[in-house]
Ligand binder design. Structure first.
Ligand SMILES: Cc1cc2nc3c(=O)[nH]c(=O)nc-3n(C[C@H](O)[C@H](O)[C@H](O)COP(=O)(O)OP(=O)(O)OC[C@H]3O[C@@H](n4cnc5c(N)ncnc54)[C@H](O)[C@@H]3O)c2cc1C
Length: 258
C-alpha cells in the first residue's frame, strides 16, 4: 500500500504542535497532526501559568471553564524583598487549552491521529517519509514538535540541545493560601540553586508548587521549600507529583533542515 501524502506533518500535540497544525491547515496546507498519547492532553508537568497575550495569540477565549484563576506575579529575591510585576495573567486548564487549539486545527482541515507514535523520519527522494506504529506517510515538510527528547530531531541528526535542568511540579490540595491571586516566584541559591521555586494558586485550597535547580539534588530542596510555608502548605497533601527536564540556555541555532 502506498504512503498517504500530506503537505505538512506535525509530530507531537503539545502547545507547539497543536499551534503549528492550526497555522499550517489555516493557510491551506494538507496537514496531519500525530500524537503518541491516546488523548490530546497536558501530560507534561506544567505550572499552567500564562500571560493574557498567550490566549490572545492562540485566539482562545478566557472562558471560566478554561481559567482556574486570574493572578498577578510577585518575584522574591533571596533576601525576601519582592517586586510585583505589572498586569495579570491566568492559571489555566492546559488540557482544555490544547484541546481548544486542536479543535481550531481540525476546523481548518487538519487531520489528527492520537495514539500514533512516530518511530522514524527519513528524507527519501526529496520527500520526508514518516513511519509510525500504524503506518507510513509522506510530506514536503515535517515539523518536530515532539518535545525535549524529540524523535524527529534524533532521526534527522539535529544534535544541538539546550542544557536540561530537572524540575518537580506538585499539585497540593488542602492549602491555606493567604493571597490566592498572587503567583509567587522565589529566587536564590538557598531555595533553588541556579533555578527558582514557585507557588501558583488555583484558589485558597489548591496550588501548584514546584522547583527547578541546577547541579544539585532536587527533592531535598522541594521538601525544604514546602516546609518554609508551613502555615500555608503544612496540612496540604500532594495529589499530583511529576517531574520533567526543562531546557535552558537559549534558543537552538538550527531550526530548519532542508
Ligand atoms: C515543571 C514544569 C512547569 C512548567 N510551568 C510552565 C508554566 O507555568 N507556564 C508555561 O507557559 N510553561 C511552563 N512550562 C513549560 C511548558 O510546559 C513547555 O514549554 C511546553 O509544554 C513545551 O511545549 P511543546 O509543545 O514544545 O512540547 P511538549 O509539551 O513536550 O509536547 C510534546 C508532545 O509530543 C508528543 N510526542 C513526543 N514524542 C512523540 C512521538 N515520537 N510521536 C508522536 N508524538 C510524540 C508528546 O506526547 C507531547 O504531547 C513548565 C514545564 C515544566 C517541566
Amino acid at each position: 500500500m502506498s504512503a498517504r501524502r500530506f503537505n505538512v506533518i506535525v509530530v507531537g500535540a503539545g502547545p507547539a504542535g497543536v499551534s503549528a497544525a492550526k497555522s499550517a491547515a489555516g493557510v491551506g496546507a494538507k496537514t496531519l497532526l500525530l500524537e503518541m498519547n491516546p488523548r490530546i492532553m497536558a501530560m507534561k508537568p506544567c505550572g499552567m501559568a500564562v500571560s493574557k497575550a498567550t490566549l490572545e495569540t492562540a485566539e482562545v477565549e478566557a472562558s471560566p471553564r478554561l481559567i482556574h484563576n486570574e493572578a498577578y506575579a510577585i518575584v522574591y529575591a533571596p533576601n525576601m524583598k519582592s517586586i510585583r510585576l505589572h498586569g495579570t495573567g491566568y492559571l489555566i486548564n492546559k488540557t482544555m487549552l490544547l484541546q481548544e487549539i486542536a479543535c481550531q486545527a481540525a476546523e481548518r482541515g487538519a487531520e489528527i491521529h492520537v495514539g500514533e507514535r512516530v518511530l522514524s523520519v527519513r528524507r527519501v527522494d526529496g520527500l520526508m517519509k514518516v513511519e509510525t506504529n500504524r503506518g507510513v506517510y509522506e510530506a514536503m515538510v515535517v515539523i518536530g514538535a515532539d518535545g525535549y527528547n524529540s524523535t524527529v530531531a534524533r532521526c534527522l541528526g539535529i544534535k544541538e540541545r539546550s542544557e536540561p535542568i530537572p524540575t518537580i511540579q506538585c499539585v497540593m490540595a488542602g492549602c491555606k493560601i493567604k493571597d490566592p491571586h498572587a503567583v509567587r516566584f522565589y529566587l536564590g541559591n538557598e531555595i533553588a540553586p541556579k533555578g527558582y521555586a514557585w507557588i501558583f494558586p488555583w484558589n485558597e485550597r489548591v496550588a501548584e508548587v514546584g522547583i527547578g535547580v541546577r547541579g544539585a539534588p532536587i527533592k531535598p530542596y522541594l521538601d525544604k521549600f514546602i516546609k518554609m510555608f508551613e502555615d500555608e502548605l503544612g496540612r496540604a497533601q500532594i495529589i499530583d507529583y511529576r517531574g520533567a527536564p526543562v531546557p535552558v540556555g537559549g534558543v537552538i541555532s538550527e531550526f530548519i533542515q532542508d
